[in-house]
Design a protein around this ligand. Structure first.
Ligand code: GTP
Ligand code: MG
Length: 196
């Protein structure tokens, strides 16, 4: 897929206020600072479409972007950001979970995992929750430029094996990406296109 047009639509704190349009939707979720907003900019070839930051907790709302006038891309706040107060954290979790439970337009969620990190409980728990709610998701490993080529395959295999040792009978579709080098861009966009 070629991204011919990409524009910001709206930010919302409540899923009920999100666009009423029935366009198919793809959401990007993962821990704070994992690279959700950077990946969105890489995929759309727009450097500043989604706001990024070196400090975790940058994206705090549900952000809708219209791509090629026929699908919505959604940038979400990170889960598990420890440095905000407990109450704020709970609110994030609340509106993230209600987004996934209520958003009928959602075709697939991309769960982002920093390729350098061993499996973390919070990501595993989030994916298990998605599984029990039957919300389709795939995994995007991010920041592959931070790992030497020869370590990428064994690292990803170890991650997926850890999932198989958990509750999963099969591993989800997964992608290896870098917002800096644009690795994985075509694969992710083709995957989206195949589901439109
Ligand atoms: P929140 O909105 O806070 O949840 O974070 P986010 O997941 O949207 O992360 P963001 O895209 O803002 O990126 C966080 C930091 O990681 C920034 O400093 C980015 O420059 C950096 N980063 C993101 N993707 C990559 C990547 O592929 N490679 C490298 N080297 N750095 C990256
Ligand atoms: Mg962000």
């Amino acid at each position: 897929m070629r991204v011919k047009s990409a524009s910001f639509v709206v930010s919302n704190a409540k899923v009920n206020d999100c666009p009423k349009s029935s366009l198919p939707e793809f959401a990007f979720i993962g821990r704070s600072n994992v690279g959700k907003s950077s990946l969105i900019n890489m995929l759309t070839d727009r450097k500043q479409l989604a706001k990024t930051s070196g400090k975790p907790g940058k994206t705090q709302l549900i952000n809708h972007f219209l791509i090629n006038k026929n699908w919505h891309l959604v940038d979400l706040p990170g889960y598990g950001y420890a440095r905000v107060s407990k109450k704020t954290k709970k609110e994030f979790q609340g509106f993230i979970t209600s987004y996934f439970l209520k958003r009928k337009q959602l075709i697939n969620a991309f769960v982002l995992i920093d390729i350098r990190h061993d499996p973390q409980a919070i990501d595993m728990e989030f994916m298990e929750w998605m599984g029990t709610q039957q919300i389709p998701f795939s995994i995007i490993f991010t920041k592959a430029d931070k790992m030497s080529e020869n370590k990428i395959y064994p690292t990803v295999s170890a991650y997926l094996n850890a999932m198989l040792e958990g509750i999963w009978a099969e591993t989800p579709t997964h992608f290896i990406t870098s917002a800096s080098s644009s690795k994985g861009k075509e694969e992710v966009l083709e995957y989206v296109e195949s589901m439109l």
